[in-house]
Ligand binder design. Structure first.
Ligand SMILES: Nc1nc2c(ncn2[C@@H]2O[C@H](COP(=O)(O)OP(=O)(O)OP(=O)(O)O)[C@@H](O)[C@H]2O)c(=O)[nH]1
Ligand SMILES: [Mg+2]
Length: 399
């Protein structure tokens, strides 16, 4: 199953534009709240330096794409409906979109850094709404929503758990949110809640548990969007300062990324997602030229890129701490059995071992796993050895 990332935030911040730019699929976008109702699901890519160049090989990617030495690895992106204050109580489109958050491993919180939308996503004069307020609001919505899910039949559930002296009921509630029992137990112990009978947990206790589990299980990266609109520049500085150590903040201009991708697709410019500039290679109309020059001045020169690629990469590699690993069958030629060079790249959670990689490819490979070889150094890797980012790995099976 691919890694899933959810685009969340209040209405009208540019989630669908971000989605469109990242997946190059057309979806409805408009300058008013609740444009998106049903979620859009698509394939985006995270980017790494491909090992092909340093290994001096020409690769034949199969599950991913290699462009000029950059490997793009697919992830699933979900663009959900906008969230308004008290959505957890059913306001706005209510819990519908929160349900989609369930499946995501991490969230990209798209905020309007230009301050041109109020807390409900209604347009206001740029610079008049403080985007910092959006950050706290999302946390509260997620926590209250999870709290509410747990509180349903809580008393009955707590009695059962005390009787059985375990937390099974709680684990199963959280597992619906793709949160592991280990994560839940660790949080219970860290908060000292295991010292109390479950029936005696206060609402405050439950809320602290939810908060801690949610922070670890669903990391959030902030895409400070509409970075091209002038008041955004100062806001972004402030956001970075205020949220230092708590959040990764990436300035983005989804609108600019979408325009660049479309221009590249039409053969007008040469542009690789994440690049700090583009090169004109086709015949531009005066209007196109002006639009592209605007993007160069207001976005690329200011921030170094449109940020869309960077936000996805930081979510997967920094917030989730995932690693990308290339499995191969021939450790000398770096090929699969058909002779494809560096065909696949897999994204693995931090701490994954060679055996985990084998299981991820196929349960059969996992079961027959004997040992692995680091194809670059030819060093033997034991089943429990942790893999590193950008490793090329040959799995050796037992007979
Ligand atoms: N200037 C600027 N405008 C943007 C940017 N990204 C999105 N917009 C505009 O913001 C408005 C809202 O964009 P959408 O992508 O529809 O926003 P959304 O968050 O999906 O909205 P809902 O579906 O209603 O929650 C549109 O008019 C976009 O053109 C950006 O980076 N810069
Ligand atoms: Mg939308």
């Amino acid at each position: 199953m691919p890694v899933q990332l959810g685009l969340v935030g209040k209405p009208n911040t540019g989630k669908s534009t971000f989605f469109s730019a990242a997946t190059l699929t057309e979806v409805k976008r408009a300058p008013y709240p609740f444009t998106t109702i049903d979620p859009n699901v698509g394939v985006a890519h995270v980017k790494i330096r491909c090992v092909c160049r340093e290994l001096g090989v020409k690769d034949n990617p199969r599950n991913s794409i290699c462009i000029e030495g950059w490997r793009f690895i697919p992830v699933e992106l979900i663009d959900v409906a906008g969230l308004v204050p008290d959505a957890w109580k059913g306001r706005g489109l209510g819990n519908r979109f929160l349900d989609h958050v369930r499946r995501a491993s991490a969230l990209v919180h798209v905020i309007d850094a230009s301050g041109s939308t109020d807390e409900e996503g209604r347009p206001v004069k740029p610079g008049t709404y403080d985007p910092l307020r959006d950050v706290e609001f999302l946390e509260r919505e997620l926590d209250m929503w999870m709290f509410q899910l747990l509180k349903k039949d809580w008393d009955k559930m707590a009695k059962v758990m005390d009787l059985k002296k375990d937390y099974e009921e709680l684990y199963s509630r959280f597992s619906g949110l793709e949160i592991s029992r280990e994560a839940v137990l660790a949080a219970i112990e860290e908060l000292g809640l295991h010292a109390k009978k479950t029936v005696n947990w206060s609402d405050e206790d439950i809320l602290s548990l939810v908060r801690l589990v949610r922070k670890r299980a669903k990391p959030i990266v902030i895409a400070a969007n509409k970075a091209d609109v002038d008041p955004a520049e100062d806001n972004i500085k402030r956001l970075k300062e205020e949220l230092k150590g708590r959040y990764i903040v990436v300035p983005t201009s989804a609108e600019a990324e979408l325009a660049l991708k479309k221009a590249a697709k039409a053969g007008l410019i040469r542009y690789i997602p994440g690049d700090s500039d583009f090169e004109v290679v086709g015949k531009l109309t005066r209007k196109q030229e002006e639009a592209l020059e605007y993007i160069r001045e207001k976005v690329l020169k200011r921030y170094g890129s449109t940020g869309v690629q960077d936000a996805l990469d930081k979510t997967v590699f920094d917030a989730l701490g995932m690693i990308a690993v290339y499995p191969v069958e021939n450790e000398n030629k770096f090929t699969d059995h058909k002779g494809n060079v560096l065909p696949d790249v897999y994204l693995l959670p931090p701490g994954s071992t060679a055996r985990d990689l084998a299981y991820m490819i196929h349960s059969d490979l996992g079961e027959r796993f004997a040992f692995a070889i680091d194809a670059v150094t030819k060093r033997r890797l034991s089943a429990d050895e942790q893999l590193k980012h950008r490793m090329v790995v040959k799995i050796v099976l037992s007979r």
